[in-house]
Design a protein around this ligand. Structure first.
Ligand code: ZN
Length: 409
């Protein structure tokens, strides 16, 4: 799948401490292993309502990781998928009486232009589910050969109780797992299932729905196997695990990332990811942002209203990435104020020393992307510059803002 234009990353020579990130399932801060290529897999959009602020916050977070590691001299293999066939896409197309394929194409185009506007580095591999059918077939066949699958009315399931460690390591109680599994596309109550948490590998073609020919009959893949198959195919295969980092929004912690992790581990007999990293949800003015409430804030709408992309980026970076947080007029005004102040400082003939500032920004980022700390440090530098301190280079710090934070002023 075509991604979006690459960006020049100005080289910033400095000391880069090892990046540490909070890993969701182990609940620990873990160092990112930088030996050999770093494989990052971020779950992409289902293209029916891109790109709202929640999406943007997630991709900006993983962009900061991408930028940090590349600036530190690491080789990053960044994989992102697009779930270009799934129930929500078909449901939205049917609701709006639109061709599902056209809907997907238009939303993927919009996503590319939003990512370009927000200065998100493009992935190394940008992969659609439809173009990955042969990989999905290959991996489902591995499960079949190991006798881990069974059928209900032509739909193919994975027997989770037979996948090593799958039921023993659930991140939630079984009761809670079942509730969330059902809420997020699972079918725990289906008659004939061996275990309610068994996941769908292949859905037999339904009338009036798109279907692909496969060794299991015409149909379409389940969601979790898509990501497992794409990750296995496109990861460098260098590390102890298939992936160095598996990332996405916190709504993917269960079942999606847990189940694709179980599948990936069972398929290739090694850990799926060293670190599972998740971003908090973005609400609006004190309420949860959701499709059902109709209160999603779209990046394209903000841009059309004349909001500067650098303001949107700071608006989504000024709080900690892991926290659920709000998008609000006050937050936007705060981000605008920061941009004005930094622009004003950068335009002065003399600026406060910049070398220690760059080191402090890098140190804050290395500590689980502490962006609130980054802005605290930058505001202090603005104050020092406004107070007449000198000895820094505005060009040097502008390049560091660009390379490390994706901010151009
Ligand atoms: Zn995924």
């Amino acid at each position: 799948m075509r991604s979006w234009p690459d960006l020049y990353l100005p080289p910033i020579t400095a000391h880069y401490p090892q990046l540490t990130l909070f890993s969701t399932y182990s609940k620990k801060l873990l160092p990112v292993n930088q030996e050999g290529p770093i494989d990052i897999y971020v779950c992409g959009i289902t293209p029916y309502d891109s790109t709202h602020c929640g999406h943007a916050a997630t991709y900006i977070t993983f962009d900061l990781i991408h930028r940090y590691l590349k600036s530190a001299g690491a080789t990053v293999n960044f994989i992102e998928n697009i779930t270009d066939i799934d129930d929500p896409l078909l449901e939205r197309a049917a609701r709006d009486n639109q061709d599902w394929h056209e809907l997907a194409e238009s939303q993927i185009d919009l996503f590319r232009s939003d990512m370009t506007a927000l200065h998100v580095l493009p992935p190394t591999s940008y992969i659609g589910a439809i173009e990955s059918m042969s990989e999905v077939f290959k991996q489902i066949s591995v499960f079949q050969k190991a006798n881990l699958t069974y059928e209900i009315a032509g739909d193919l399931y994975l027997s989770i109780a037979e996948c090593p460690g799958a039921l023993e390591n659930l991140p939630l109680s079984l009761e809670e797992s079942l509730r969330i599994f059902k809420e997020r596309g699972g079918d725990p109550d289906r008659v004939g299932k061996k275990h309610p948490l068994d996941t769908l590998l292949w859905l037999k073609g339904r009338a009036n729905e798109p279907a692909w020919e496969s060794p299991f009959g015409p149909g379409r893949p389940g969601w979790h196997i898509e990501c497992a198959a794409i990750a296995i195919k496109y990861a460098s295969g260098n590390g102890k695990s298939t992936l160095t980092i598996q990332g996405g929004g916190s709504d993917l912690i269960f079942p999606h990332h847990y189940m694709s992790g179980v599948q990936g581990r069972t398929l290739v007999n090694r850990e799926f990811a060293e670190i599972y990293s998740h971003t908090g949800m973005i609400g609006l003015d004190g309420e949860k942002m959701s499709k059902s409430k109709g209160n999603l804030v779209f990046v394209s709408k903000l841009l059309a209203d004349g909001v500067d992309p650098v303001v949107i980026r700071i608006g989504l970076m000024q709080d900690r990435y892991r926290n659920d947080r709000m998008w609000s007029g006050a937050g936007l005004a705060e981000a605008e104020k920061k941009v004005m102040r930094i622009r004003s400082a950068l335009s002065r003939e003399e600026v406060a020393p910049t070398n220690p500032l760059i080191d402090e920004i890098i140190a804050a980022l290395s500590n689980d992307l502490d962006t609130p700390k980054v802005f605290e440090i930058v505001e202090r530098w603005c104050f020092d510059t406004e107070s007449g301190q000198s000895g820094g280079s505005s060009g040097e710090i502008a390049r560091a803002f660009d390379a490390l934070l994706g901010l151009t002023f």
